[in-house]
Design a protein around this ligand. Structure first.
Ligand code: SAM
Length: 209
């Protein structure tokens, strides 16, 4: 289990305030290398869902590179979702804090980038993601490693990533890519992240976890 560092301040109001500032100052959290890697898992005609999409920075980069794919973005910050809709008026966006009302969607690839570590009830999001995926669909979870940035309520180590993968091994077969990344919170600092590529095992039944 990741070590808890501090109280979790993850609320829609927290992110609304932060995004209002970031949008006003054009501060972004870009990582083209990560997005290019993720694009390698997205087929030409796939349906892709980005959970915790913020103001759709990743989708803005990926959509022109997969013009025939269909993209959906979800975030519970209304400030972020309003901006995302303004930037990408033809994309489906939902302002929601979970996937439970959307589980009947058939999705090929779900991405959860730098978001799962903020959420207390990870198990529900993971189960909902499993339900939404087509058989053999992929869930790509990106987690910061050894990152004690004040936004993070907990710190993830390699061991935590291994435990996480093991916890879900009956529902997803997984592999992990570890990579250095320029940390947007401290632009001169190299940070690390884990990209966990999880392929759904099984059909459309509810997970029995
Ligand atoms: C650190 S930001 C990451 C944003 C983007 N995915 C990226 O990689 O830069 C975490 C995002 O998760 C969203 N978020 C956190 N908890 C959420 C929840 N329960 N439901 C929906 N969105 C959530 C926040 O609003 C925020 O946009």
């Amino acid at each position: 289990m990741p070590e808890k560092l501090r109280e979790n301040n993850n609320t829609p109001e927290y992110w609304d305030t932060l995004y209002a500032k970031e949008i006003a100052t054009q501060f972004g959290r870009p990582d083209e290398q990560r997005w290019d890697y993720i694009l390698g898992h997205i087929g030409r005609h796939d349906k892709v869902l980005d959970f915790g999409c913020g103001w759709a920075e990743a989708l803005l980069y990926m959509i022109p590179k997969r013009p025939y794919a269909k993209f959906v973005g979800i975030d519970y910050s209304s400030v972020a979702i309003d901006k995302a809709k303004e930037l990408l008026p033809n994309v489906e966006f939902y302002c929601k804090d979970s996937l439970d009302e959307l589980v009947t969607m058939d999705i090929d690839v779900i991405t959860i980038q730098h978001t799962l570590e903020h959420i207390e009830d990870r198990k529900s999001i993971m189960e909902q993601a499993w339900l939404m995926l087509k058989p053999k669909g992929k869930l790509i979870v990106v987690l910061p490693l050894y990152d004690d940035w004040h936004e993070h309520p907990e710190i993830w180590t390699l061991e935590d990533i291994r435990e996480f993968v093991k916890e879900w091994e009956s529902k997803f077969s997984s592999f992990v890519v570890y990579r250095p990344t320029t940390r947007w919170t401290k632009p001169d600092t190299l940070s690390e992240e884990a990209i966990i590529v999880m392929q759904k095992i099984g059909g459309k039944d509810a997970p029995n976890k």
